[in-house]
Write a protein that binds this ligand. Sequence first.
Ligand SMILES: Nc1ncnc2c1ncn2[C@@H]1O[C@H](COP(=O)(O)OP(=O)(O)OP(=O)(O)O)[C@@H](O)[C@H]1O
Ligand SMILES: [Mg+2]
Length: 604
Amino acid sequence: MGFILDGLETESYDRKYPDRVLLRRILSYFRPQTLRMGVVSLALALTSIAGVVGPIVIARLIDLIIARPALGVFAAGAAAVVLLGGLGWVFGYVHERLGTIVVGDVVLQIRQEAFERTIGHDLSFYDEHPSGKIVSRIASDTQDFSNTVTLVSDLASQLLQVGLLAVWLSTINLRLTLLLFVMAPVAAAIALSFRAIARKVSLNAKRITADINSRIQESVSGIMVAKTFRQEGMLFSSFLDGNRQAYRVGLRRGLWINTIFPLMGIAVGAGNAMLAWSGALGLRAGALSPGDWFLFMQAVGYFWWPLMSIASFWSQFQDGLSAAERVFALIDREPRLRQTGENLPVGDVRAFGVEYRDVRFAYNDKETVLDGFSLVVRPGESLAVVGHTGAGKSSLARLAMRFYEFQGGQVLIDGTDIRSLELDAYRHRLGYVPQDPFLFSGTVLDNIRYGKPDATDEEVLFAASHLGRGDWLADLPNGLSSEAGERGSGISFGQRQLVALARILLKDPALFILDEATASVDPFTEAQIQEGLATVMEGRTAIIIAHRLSTVRHADRIIVLDRGRILEEGTHEGLLDEGGTYAQLYNTYFRHQSMEYIEQPLKE
Ligand SMILES: Nc1ncnc2c1ncn2[C@@H]1O[C@H](COP(=O)(O)OP(=O)(O)OP(=O)(O)O)[C@@H](O)[C@H]1O
Ligand SMILES: [Mg+2]
């Protein structure tokens, strides 16, 4: 079949667990629910029995009424049928309700575990897994998995009914029962081919929907760029293409499904006719009572549907298993950070001393970022790190933050190996402003309070107004109650940095790490940030990855980093005099930021 979307992108997930391991793992989640599962199974069996006994009672009733058409028999039979229906409903209710609770509990637990593990992972995890996939693993894969469990229990109930009915029927008339069973493979074959087609058309429909969604999402999030380059028309026509394709796929899907269902109807009709014919022959020969004939006709329905479920079952079951597998892969991902477990306490000092000793570090096996890197930062010292983009400056900061595991050497905090420290307590004393400070949606006040959740409004205000001279607060549209917006987009870039600094001031860190933004801010904001920095750095150890001359100048010491190595170190003046890489950097990056440069007369 030449489906138009055969080339659409598919997602591939690596399969790591053998089925047996996977099933055992899934079962382990149900183990705490053993009692409930027992009740569910019992209710399920009783529902099936009630469902099968109903037609049997009616069949008996037909025979009885033909033999002796008394009103009493008729009433008793009707009452029995109603009672069976009622019982069936009650058992069904118990089974459905309790079953839903069991599955819900299991999903709750798996989701909890998956999320807990996810947020516990170090940053290399987030480099490897795009956020969209993590979201879908936690949110929808757990759901798919639970659907599979429901599917299994429904199928079990249907199979039980078929089994019970088959036993009963074979005691009545073996030949007709065999005929029913001969029809089984035919039914299964039809159902399978139906399933294969339906699956293909549905899959294509799913893919095109995902494709359209991502087009819409990209258009919306990139709208500013699109407008700048006047590309709205292009966006629209690309959307239109996708939308038309979706229309065609949807139409095709509807057509196929609507063609196949009547085909199934024909097959069912043919089966019925065959059974009716054989039954009529049996009736004429006296081998079958009218009631039994009725029962056999009823049985066809009972036989067909479970067979179709089985046919479609396998692929859905596989889908559920792979969903479970994706979730387990998320849960089981080995933590890369290796703490020794000694959990040594962190000294209650004003400033940490930091030492990198012969450190080797790589994000992945493609490229080594630091190799044999050594550096000592004394307590209370402020160190500026400068260097070209990609030199490894941010990586240095990330190692001290313990965001990534390094492969060789040691990082020492006041002489203690960072791996043997109590990580939570250590991070509690760190103040880190990343290159692109992240603000949560909420007010500026909420965002500053993030540094110390139990801080009062007064404390927040105190910290904010002690950052620099507090002038920046007046520039916020609503002071501390200004909305930060999504990711902080509601306030300016410089203001975001100031909020990030105020956050740190509230925390009183013993090591301050600033990964200065490469983006420039206006001189006024820069001056405010500079004042803020002076407040934060006072008496503390600071590692400043600097992109601004003003920050570099205020540092006690400067190191120049290049491809993971320290090329030069010293003070601003000393390094300028040396006339090396720093002097070069100064001339290309920093000099135009200096007052001398700005004030010098224009040369012709
Ligand atoms: N998350 C990551 N995964 C893989 N490689 C990375 C990752 N982050 C950085 N790198 C690589 O490591 C090297 C050092 O990067 P790093 O971010 O430390 O540079 P930088 O000196 O901070 O640069 P910039 O001035 O542009 O911020 C670069 O080659 C970069 O491509
Ligand atoms: Mg960087």
